[in-house]
Design a protein around this ligand. Structure first.
Ligand code: C2E
Ligand code: MG
Ligand code: MG
Length: 564
């Protein structure tokens, strides 16, 4: 018989005892504080638990019952994933049974004949509190999909290992899935979750029996803190094989970065470095494993220094703008037509640093807009100075980074510069690299379109290094294609390269835009380009990028040609 008594209090407790007197006694003690359910034997108790598994907070279980005794009930509970979290308090008259019950997973016990009511009440409420706390911690501690630690708990435990188990040498391993967002997009989230879960299982198997710990830090990044000195090629291979077996029809590639144990380096820094190593093999399917090394450490130190020094560099004018001419080669002799502003950093200790070393670094963290702003202001001021000095405008192009194009203040900023320096929009050209158009293409197109409509000339930089399709190109708001240097380099010796150059010129003709060939270093290259109809060239053949004073000599030469 099942008796249900509804009491106002929210927590639901099941009391399983075959003796009615005992049930009544407990009802009296707990009445008014909890909702109570009753069962007369173990079998009934399990049935009720299954029915109420969502809202049942505790089982108070007599060990001696007919049909199914308390030990059997506990045995069943232990095997039942849905019920094993419900705390059990056992009722027993037999002192020797207590230990066994605790060993089987009971949270506490109440002795018969019954203790005084306060003791029973206190035990029940203490166990309820403990189990609530445990539930909360366990939810926050483990990632729902993989069951691995969540980020904060992982670093907490890694720090403890680091501080209190100094005898253990641990490596930091970061593992990522290549293009996980596309895996999700193409195959669905459920499949993506399955992949993550499978990796989680394999990591657990890998760490089983060791002191190692692991976490899914975010999305598809897994951090593993494991004993030093593993064969990581074999480790990565193991994970890759597991995942390939899991999804034989969808190719999924893993990559891994490792920071090997180093005396005194804290886990957070270890994992930062492992992540840096992991990023370095992004997209490299041939070689998806990278171990952090001294060179990377030196690079990291340099990067940190550059990041630190940037503000001072701007304030102290260590940053300087150089100018490289672009010549119209279809005229005879070729005529200076414009210039490109290129940043240089004269660092007081490190010497001259080329933009290749710091632009990508600053692009990664938003500081690039500071640099670009400086260059644009400087370039606009320079155009005005030359305009005033020579009586004509030599247009200068400036480089825009991806971050600039997404900056909502961009249009206002460049417009203000034009106004302040009394220039026309066409006096300052904007170079946007082809790869800036690749994702979020629409946003980029909108911004670039509005700049072009105002009258700025838009040059597509590094054309041929990205993946624009012909289709996309015809919709792009551009006036000039700057052909990437790699096409020009070998045109004197390679027919294929020459054919590619002609193809790009054909594309430009179709789009009705001009072409600037970059990286022209020899007279031979110049003639070949001229013969196939290339309009403009920029390269060391005419001049390297030079400081403004030196550039003025080129302007003066130009004026002399004009006069002669
Ligand atoms: P870019 O915009 O494509 O600039 C052309 C690069 O080619 C310049 O390198 C220039 O010095 C180099 N170059 C020109 N002619 C030749 C040649 O004949 N042979 C060879 N080997 N190289 C030649 P630089 O100045 O080192 O700049 C590298 C890149 O850094 C630039 O490529 C541009 O993407 C970026 N950059 C430079 N200044 C700025 C800036 O102010 N802002 C932003 N966002 N990026 C900049
Ligand atoms: Mg450029
Ligand atoms: Mg370029």
């Amino acid at each position: 018989m099942i008796e249900t008594k509804q009491i106002e209090r929210p927590k639901l407790i099941l009391i399983a005892d075959d003796i009615e007197l005992n049930r009544d006694a407990l009802e009296v003690v707990l009445d008014g504080q909890y909702n109570l359910l009753f069962a007369e034997n173990g079998k009934e108790a399990l049935e009720i638990m299954r029915m109420h598994r969502e809202d049942l907070s505790m089982l108070i279980l007599d060990l001696n019952m007919p049909v199914m005794n308390g030990y059997e009930v506990m045995e069943r509970l232990r095997e039942d994933e849905l019920l094993q979290h419900i705390p059990v308090i056992v009722l027993t008259a037999d002192k020797s049974a207590e230990l066994q019950a605790l060993q089987m997973g009971a949270a506490d016990f109440i002795t018969k004949p019954f203790d005084i009511p306060e003791i029973i009440q206190t035990r029940v409420s203490r166990i309820l509190e403990l189990s609530e706390g445990k539930k909360l911690i366990s939810a926050a501690e483990h990632d729902r999909i993989t069951g691995l630690y969540t980020r904060n708990f992982f670093f907490e435990y890694a720090d403890r290992l680091f501080q209190y188990h100094t005898e253990m040498q641990m490596d930091a391993v970061v593992m990522n899935i290549e293009q996980f967002h596309s895996v999700n997009a193409v195959n669905g989230r459920e499949f993506g979750d399955g992949v993550l879960k499978r990796i989680g299982e394999e990591i657990r198997a890998f760490l089983a029996g060791t002191k190692g710990i692991a976490s899914r830090i975010e999305a598809d990044r897994f951090d593993i803190y494991c004993l030093h000195g593993q064969d990581y090629r074999a480790v990565l291979d193991r994970f890759q094989k597991a995942i390939s077996r899991f999804s034989p029809n969808v190719s999924i590639h893993l990559r891994m970065g490792v920071m090997p144990w180093q005396e005194g380096v804290e886990p957070v820094l270890m994992f930062d470095r492992a992540q840096t190593a992991c990023n370095m093999v992004r997209g490299d399917f041939q070689n998806p494993l990278m171990i952090y090394n001294n060179e990377m450490q030196a690079q990291e130190l340099l990067n940190r220094r550059l990041l630190n020094d940037l503000s001072v560099a701007i304030a102290e004018r260590q940053l300087q703008v150089y100018y490289q001419p672009k010549y119209d080669i279809q005229c005879c002799p070729p005529r200076l037509s414009s210039a490109e502003a290129l940043i240089r950093w004269k660092h007081p200790q490190l010497g001259m640093i080329s933009p290749g070393e710091f632009i990508p670094l600053f692009e990664g963290n938003g500081l690039i807009s500071k640099v670009d702003n400086f260059v644009w202001e400087e370039a606009a001021r320079q155009v005005r100075v030359w305009k005033e000095r020579y009586g004509f405008v030599l247009p200068v192009s400036v480089n825009l980074s991806r971050a600039d194009v997404f900056d909502p203040t961009l249009v206002d900023r460049v417009v203000r510069l034009i106004g302040e320096n009394n220039l026309d929009f066409k006096d300052m050209k904007l170079e946007v690299t082809e790869s800036a158009y690749t994702d979020k293409a629409n946003e980029v197109l909108n911004t670039v379109c509005s700049l072009r409509e105002m009258g700025f000339e838009i040059e597509m930089d590094d054309f041929g290094s990205g993946y624009s399709s012909l289709n996309m190109l015809s919709d792009m708001p551009i006036d000039v294609l700057k052909m990437d240097m790699k096409f020009v380099r070998n045109i004197e010796t390679s027919d294929t390269d020459m054919r590619l150059v002609k193809l790009i010129l054909d594309i430009a003709k179709y789009l009705k835009v001009k072409v600037v060939a970059e990286g022209v270093e020899t007279e031979g290259q110049l003639h070949l380009l001229k013969d196939v109809g290339c309009d403009l060239i920029q390269g060391f053949y005419f001049s390297r990028p030079v400081p403004p004073e030196e550039f003025e000599k080129l302007i003066e030469q130009e004026i002399a040609i004009e006069r002669s």
